[in-house]
Design a protein around this ligand. Structure first.
Ligand SMILES: Cc1ncc(COP(=O)(O)OP(=O)(O)O)c(N)n1
Ligand code: 3NM
Ligand code: MG
Length: 207
């Protein structure tokens, strides 16, 4: 697998139901310099998720940016996505790896130091510190924010690239990177911006 650029992960916003707007924002984020996209749909039926994934893949390919799928290994396989992002309660990493093969990206959420330690023994490509700060975007199953001190502790022991998610915006991105993260993952900082392309550009400049 080529080296993956984890600097700016745009996580799509499943609050946006209108497909035209959804893909307009995705494309704007790519024009602004998003380096990797995570398609996250918590409510869509499988068929609609699959169609969104297909269209997202074709857009990402135009920009030569990898696309990973949140939670759903089956959708990732169906569209030949570049990988998946898994949480602690999603499909076990070893099974996902068997299904996807060695050349796909697997990201895993970690919310404490024990999970970060355990993740060193897994065949993954990056960890997502989840959440780094508080967020209104995800309301269910959200762990306590780890903050910069949590990031520092995990940086000391982790063998994996680190991507931070949760409440990340232009005000805190520099501090996150200074303290050892390889990248940030954002929903609202791009999807809720008046101009998503400029928002992505600005975040990218700060990285
Ligand atoms: C980069 C990144 N890190 C963490 C998460 C959270 O994943 P998960 O814990 O599975 O929660 P859901 O996103 O599925 O609600 C993430 N999506 N991306
Ligand atoms: C999808 C997701 N997972 C999180 C976790 O901590 O597990 S926080 C989150 C949403 C992040 O949205 P925003 O950039 O708008 O704060
Ligand atoms: Mg999940």
């Amino acid at each position: 697998m080529n080296a993956i650029d984890y600097r700016l992960m745009f996580v799509t916003d499943d609050r946006i139901k209108d497909d035209t707007l959804f893909f307009k924002i995705l494309e704007a984020s790519l024009k602004g310099g998003t380096t990797i996209v995570q398609l996250r749909e918590k409510q869509l039926h499988t068929k609609l998720f699959y169609h969104r994934a297909q269209q997202a893949k074709s857009i990402c390919e135009t920009y030569n940016v990898p696309l990973i799928i949140n939670d759903r290994v089956d959708i990732a396989l169906a569209i030949n996505a570049d990988g998946v992002h898994l949480g602690q309660n999603d499909m076990p990493v070893n099974i996902a790896r068997k299904l996807l093969g060695e050349n796909k990206i697997i990201g895993l959420s970690v919310s404490n130091i024990q999970q970060a330690e355990a993740s060193n023994r897994l065949n993954i490509n990056y960890i997502g510190i989840s959440p780094i700060f508080s967020t209104n975007t995800k309301t269910k199953d959200l762990d306590k924010p780890m903050g910069i001190s949590g990031l520092k502790n995990i940086r000391k022991i982790s063998n994996n690239p680190i991507v931070c998610i949760g409440g990340v915006d232009e005000k805190n991105v520099s501090e996150i990177i200074k303290n050892g993260a390889n990248g940030i993952a954002v929903v609202s900082a791009i999807s809720k911006a008046k101009n998503p392309e400029n928002a992505a550009k600005y975040l990218k400049q700060l990285l």
